[in-house]
Ligand binder design. Structure first.
Ligand code: FPP
Length: 275
């Protein structure tokens, strides 16, 4: 029997008719476990309105809020938002300072929403290199939400996919230091040492504003993720656009290197035959 999420799901604010139509199409049991988002296009959004770039970032925090609250209410296990990459330090200092300040404001302002929705926060990246005030606020946000049992919200901050792999390798080496024989590194051991340890791999990667790149985001974890790229700029990526991405995800056939169910060998339907 198929369940629709319509009856039990309460969006905040309540779903508009167009959103309800999209919700009706979603199957609760086949939602992604982990959604990862490259929030791109804030600068262009501002430029189109003859506003300073930072106005686009500020508007982007509202989209971060609606995306977070909607994913939590859909019972998605984890949401990761790419807020600041290790490469973003190349931007003018006024913009990086603004982004750090905006993050601090965001954490303070969104805390009631995070608590209300039972959301636990994590931060992915070289957070020890961030300004001290930001580090303090990050620590507070983790502590304040540590008892929550619902969705895990990960903010990727001073994050780089290659840096993460290097950090994981160094953590493994540090653990093995002093031990007589070295254990070989396996996919499992590397996964355990990534910033995302304990989380399912993202099964849906959303990128707004149309660029066909993964931009050094979760390189290890997105091996089998479905990629959804939309021309919509991040500040315009409203709840209906998010629901459309989820509907599209459910249309994709996920094979993980195997073959589709209809073509599987009856005696060994799980056998992997190619890339
Ligand atoms: C990319 O747009 C966006 C960023 C580098 C920053 C993302 C930050 C936010 C959405 C606000 C903070 C969010 C949280 C969760 C605290 P861009 O500036 O590269 O846009 P462009 O490609 O149009 O120039």
């Amino acid at each position: 029997m198929r369940f629709s999420i319509v009856k039990t799901l309460q969006l905040h604010p309540p779903a508009a008719p167009a959103e309800q139509l999209l919700l009706d199409k979603l199957e609760r049991k086949r939602l992604p476990k982990h959604v990862a988002v490259i929030m791109d296009g804030n600068g262009r959004w501002a430029q189109q309105r003859h506003l300073p770039r930072v106005a686009g970032h500020r508007s982007g925090t509202k989209t971060a809020r609606s995306t977070t609250e909607t994913c939590a209410r859909l019972n998605i296990e984890a949401l990761t938002l790419y807020a600041f990459s290790v490469e973003n330090w190349r931007r003018p200092k006024t913009e990086t300072d603004f982004l750090m300040q905006l993050l601090r404001e965001y954490l303070r302002r969104e805390m009631p929403m995070l608590q209300k929705n039972n959301i636990r926060m994590r931060f992915l990246g070289r957070t020890d290199e961030l300004p001290k005030g930001v580090q303090d606020d990050i620590r507070d946000a983790i502590e304040q939400t540590s008892g929550n049992q619902g969705m895990v919200l990960c903010i990727a901050l001073n994050y780089g996919g290659r840096a993460e792999i290097i950090d994981a390798m160094n953590a493994i080496l540090a653990e093995q230091n002093g031990h007589a024989g070295r254990e070989p590194i396996t996919e499992e051991s590397l996964t355990r040492h990534m910033y995302t340890n304990g989380l399912p791999d993202p099964d849906l990667l959303i990128r707004t504003s149309g660029e066909m790149r993964v931009s050094n985001f979760l390189l290890w974890q997105i091996a089998y993720a479905e990629i959804f790229v939309t021309e919509t700029l991040w500040p315009d990526f409203n709840r209906a656009r998010l629901l459309e991405a989820l509907v599209e995800f459910q249309k994709r056939e996920r094979r993980y290197g195997g073959i589709s169910e209809g073509h599987a060998y009856p005696e060994n339907s799980a056998r992997v035959v190619g890339k």
